[in-house]
Design a protein around this ligand. Structure first.
Ligand SMILES: NC(=O)c1ccc[n+]([C@@H]2O[C@H](COP(=O)([O-])OP(=O)(O)OC[C@H]3O[C@@H](n4cnc5c(N)ncnc54)[C@H](OP(=O)(O)O)[C@@H]3O)[C@@H](O)[C@H]2O)c1
Length: 280
């Protein structure tokens, strides 16, 4: 079980995944859209037959949440393509690992959301990702894990931490929404965690993230704690975006904590930010 095909291989999470996979001596085949466009059904089938991986980690996605509202291609990449990937994996007995999002849930939660809560996405990105999950679940004889994650940042992608740091170079004050709560998650942490789960061969849907949660305002304030820029809390209503976001979408972690006993799950979001800020 050591040959892993990573799709969307140039992405923010994928590049950290590839690092930890190689560190643990997995044989990695990494492809991005130039080598394998996951919305091309025939190419997906042929590529999997040709490369014969044991595991396919699908990190390819259309992740510009606001643009998803006006770009129908996003539903093809985040939703429909999972039908092709699932069928090709089931046909060749390849384990499929896929990433989904907290945005598949509605706006009605007040405590951490468990894996079996009812889904009801409030934006197009969430709808597309939910179609992707449903396509995986529909495929008989497919060995799969779906990891739902949220608020990712990593050194190989455009992300909130870098945006705040960049803004602090020119602004004395930055206003950040304080009424949306989630788990800020570094892709380095997530990649290490996902690679740790491979030996457990987890099956089904799991929520992953650091042990605690915060608002975007708390997150920004911590990122800029050593800068001279002041962070001001504002309500979501003062920062309208094309895609609606849930106020409270903290993914509950009981399931992963009951199945993986590892210190990595004790990490706090602040520790992850500290690690990220110290990166070379
Ligand atoms: N970022 C977050 O905060 C977040 C939150 C929740 C869940 N997730 C999920 O976590 C996973 C990883 O996210 P990420 O932030 O690392 O994504 P990312 O950095 O946007 O990487 C996605 C990669 O997929 C590529 N891609 C796009 N369309 C493709 C296609 N048709 N075929 C093959 N590759 C294609 C992208 O190429 P281009 O850059 O050229 O388009 C990019 O290299 C995704 O499933 C995402 O939905 C992310």
């Amino acid at each position: 079980m050591n040959k892993v095909l990573v799709t969307g291989g140039k992405g923010m999470l994928a590049t950290d995944l590839i690092y930890f996979l190689k560190k643990e001596n997995y044989e990695v085949i990494s492809v991005d859209i130039e080598e394998l466009d996951i919305i091309k059904e025939k190419d997906v089938h042929e590529f999997i037959l040709k490369t014969k991986p044991n595991i396919l980690i699908n990190s390819a996605a259309y992740t510009a949440v606001d643009k998803c509202e006006s770009e129908p291609i996003s539903e093809k990449i985040n939703g429909e393509a999972l039908k092709f990937l699932s069928q090709a994996c089931a046909n060749s007995s390849v384990k499929l690992i896929h990433f989904s999002t907290d945005y598949i849930f509605s706006d009605n939660f007040t405590k951490p959301i468990s894996e079996n809560e009812k889904t009801n996405p409030i934006n197009a990105y969430g709808k597309g990702k939910l179609i992707g999950e449903e396509n995986i679940l529909k495929e008989d004889n497919l060995d799969y894990s779906i990891f739902r994650v949220q608020w990712l940042y990593g050194k190989n992608g455009k992300n909130f931490v870098d945006t705040m740091l960049k803004l602090s170079e020119t602004k004395n004050e930055i206003s950040v929404v304080s009424d949306q709560i989630g788990r800020p998650t570094s892709t380095k942490f997530l990649a290490e965690l996902v690679v740790k789960t491979l030996s457990l061969n987890l099956k089904g849907i799991y929520h992953l993230g650091p042990k605690d949660e915060c608002s975007w305002f708390d997150f920004a304030s911590y990122i800029l704690k050593d800068k001279n820029t002041k962070v001001l809390p504002i309500p979501s209503s003062a920062y309208p975006t094309p895609a609606k976001r849930p106020f409270y979408s903290v993914l509950g972690l009981e399931k992963i904590n009951s199945e993986l006993k590892d210190k990595i799950l004790e990490k706090t979001w602040k520790e992850l930010v500290d690690e990220y800020l110290k990166r070379s």
